[in-house]
Design a protein around this ligand. Structure first.
Ligand code: GLU
Length: 610
């Protein structure tokens, strides 16, 4: 079963810090789209203005980020404070039990930096750790997920610490304070929160700590009830007082490792679970050894813009960049929308074939450079027939530096795509920009709350390929000690002559790459405004004979694309939950969140106006 996630406004309890922040701050960022209870942080998908902007899926997190900006904090201060708040209000998608990718544009140096805070595999992992020794076949996904085996060493807290140390102006303790307050005082449960628990009920019921927090009285929390997480408030406060070592080498880490090694399974689960819950091999040494990485961003130039993305272990930057390089060979703006979408879908499939075959943690710099080489894109573009879709899957190319002939090869399979995650975009008055995607993998992670600590563990290691397909080309994404599972997360910052033009990102597992690409094409090629580009119906072709599309996309373009030989779309209610900011010149900002998907997001600016 795959869990989907919808994020909606979560009204903070009257008196919660975020409410106070909004109410006492100079003008509210924008009029609430749907007026809620008094004191509810504003929730609007689009905000125009100046002086800084924040876009997240959650109005409380956006309010916290805006307040930091209003009080003189910079984009990094605001991004970390908002992310810590998402760890409270979006606990099934984000938190210190997980990992993510932080992309930062520094206005002073005009350079883009990245932090790879992806979870890493423990030293004990083996290439066949996700293969059942009894049957010789990969474990069922849910068995692998709800286990200690799936837990990667978390990088999120260290990402916050290091981002602030390098580029922030406030200490981590200040960034954690509003989130701790929201956790301690609580927020009102909405339909989405309840639904996410309900979808996880069987998994959550297996663990006392998870059950106590999220299944009060044995049921998902009622809509309208107050959700508090005093353990998480206390965890954040301990970290604020004592620093990140309390997590990586101290008692919080010891509890985390204990939960992984001896899953705290309830003696009397109220709901049956059909799989054994296996322990993992993570040790305190694995946690103490965890290190962030700071890879150079990927870069591809597209129609005069410079598009910066996340390098490995994410495949996002390379795949988005390669697809853009292929698309740049064609005049999309001069085409009908259907023709342009045909090109978008075909370029996605070509980039995905290469991503699956070549891109994972450890891919050589040479191959990454070749995949982003314009001459390679020209070779790949010769596989794109403007009048007809190629049968899927299409084979990967040969990024060998010798280009000219159209390439052939063996098609690779697409591994498990994740479904959870959250994204946020922040800009400050100085022109610094943060694009940050963070996750615990599935909605609800591996379902284990660390007892006494209030946060869920990730199941990120299920992003590894579980087993090599016999007879197929070697899979680059098999588990190995210290390795990080391949991600699709694609936090992206687009510059125009070295200055920010657009920043965007989204959750959505493997569909992240295509959603980021589609929003870019909508905005840059198809003449849409940013809010239109975000709202437009989406499709995702990941080199598959069963591409996905939202119902509105199928009704608008399905038959025209069918006439171009595209395989029928599998209708999917929603693809992604993006956030973005556009820089309009003369310091103007358009903050943009989803108007509808996952209940709609929350965009705000420091000073509204056009
Ligand atoms: N684990 C996924 C990845 O890193 C993200 C999950 C999601 O977005 O739902 O690509």
């Amino acid at each position: 079963m795959r869990l989907t996630k919808r994020a909606t406004a979560r009204m903070a309890v009257a008196g919660v810090v975020a409410v106070t922040l909004v109410v006492t701050s100079a003008p509210a960022s924008a009029a609430p789209a749907a007026a809620g209870h008094s004191g509810e942080p504003p929730k609007t998908p689009t905000a125009h203005g100046y002086g800084g902007a924040v876009s997240t899926v959650d109005p409380t997190a956006t309010a916290v980020g805006l307040d930091v900006l209003r009080r003189g904090g910079n984009a990094v201060d605001a991004a970390v404070a908002a992310a810590a708040t998402l760890g409270v209000t979006e606990p099934f998608s984000a938190g210190i039990g997980g990992g993510g990718f932080f992309v930062y544009y520094d206005a002073r140096t005009r350079r883009v930096h990245t932090i790879d805070g992806r979870e890493s595999a423990p030293a004990s992992i083996r290439a066949d750790s996700f293969v059942d020794p009894a049957s010789g076949t990969p474990y069922p996904f849910q068995q692998a997920r709800v286990s200690g085996l799936s837990v990667g060493v978390p990088g999120t807290l260290l990402t916050w610490h290091e981002a602030l140390r390098r580029w922030g102006s406030r200490p981590l303790s200040a960034a954690l304070a509003p989130a701790a307050e929201v956790a301690g005082r609580g927020f009102v449960v909405d339909a989405t929160f309840r639904q996410q628990v309900a979808e996880n009920e069987a998994a959550f019921a297996q663990f006392d700590a998870t059950r106590q927090l999220y299944l009060p009285g044995g049921q998902p929390p009622a809509v309208g009830s107050i959700q508090r997480n005093r353990d998480l408030a206390d965890t954040y406060r301990q970290i604020a007082r004592r620093g990140v070592d309390v997590f990586y080498t101290g008692p919080i880490g010891a509890d985390l490792v204990e939960a992984v090694r001896r899953p705290p399974v309830a003696a009397d689960p109220t709901v049956p679970w059909r799989y054994p819950i296996q322990p993992g091999g993570m040790t305190r040494a694995d946690l103490a050894r965890y290190e962030l990485r700071f890879p150079a961003p990927t870069r591809s130039d597209y129609r005069g813009y410079q598009v910066y993305g996340m390098s490995t272990p994410s495949s996002g930057g390379v795949a988005v960049g390669e697809a853009l390089n292929i698309l740049e060979r064609f005049d999309l703006a001069g085409m009908t929308v259907t023709e342009a979408l045909h090109h978008y879908l075909e370029a996605s499939a070509l980039a995905y074939a290469d991503r699956n075959r070549y891109v994972a943690d450890g891919t050589s710099r040479r191959i990454l450079d070749e995949l982003l080489n314009d001459r390679y894109a020209a070779e790949r573009a010769c596989q794109l027939d403007p009048g007809r879709a190629a049968p899927k899957p299409v084979p990967p190319g040969e990024p060998d530096g010798r280009y000219g002939d159209c390439a052939t090869g063996a098609a690779g399979a697409e591994p498990n795509p994740g479904q959870s995650t959250t994204n946020l975009t922040v800009a400050d008055r100085w022109g610094n920009v943060v694009e940050y995607t963070l996750t615990i993998e599935q909605t609800g992670g591996n379902a284990m709350v660390v007892p006494g600590r209030g946060f869920l563990l990730n199941n990120e290691l299920t992003d590894f390929t579980f087993a090599q397909t016999p007879g197929a080309a070697p899979d680059p994404n098999l588990p190995a000690p210290g390795k990080r599972p391949r991600s699709s997360m694609s936090p992206t910052i687009v510059l125009d002559d070295g200055r920010p033009f657009l920043a965007l990102g989204t959750p959505g597992g493997a569909t992240i790459i295509t959603t980021v690409l589609q929003v870019l094409v909508n905005r840059i090629d198809l003449g849409m405004s940013l809010p239109e580009a975000m709202a437009a119906p989406r499709a995702s072709q990941r080199n598959s004979a069963a591409p996905q599309a939202e119902p509105a996309f199928v009704s608008a373009y399905g038959s025209a694309l069918d006439a171009l030989d595209h395989p029928p779309f599998t209708s999917t209610a929603e693809l992604g939950a993006a956030t973005a900011i556009e820089f309009t010149g003369r310091h103007g900002l358009v903050a943009s969140a989803e108007p509808v998907r996952r209940g709609g997001g929350a965009a705000g600016v420091v000073r509204p106006g056009r």
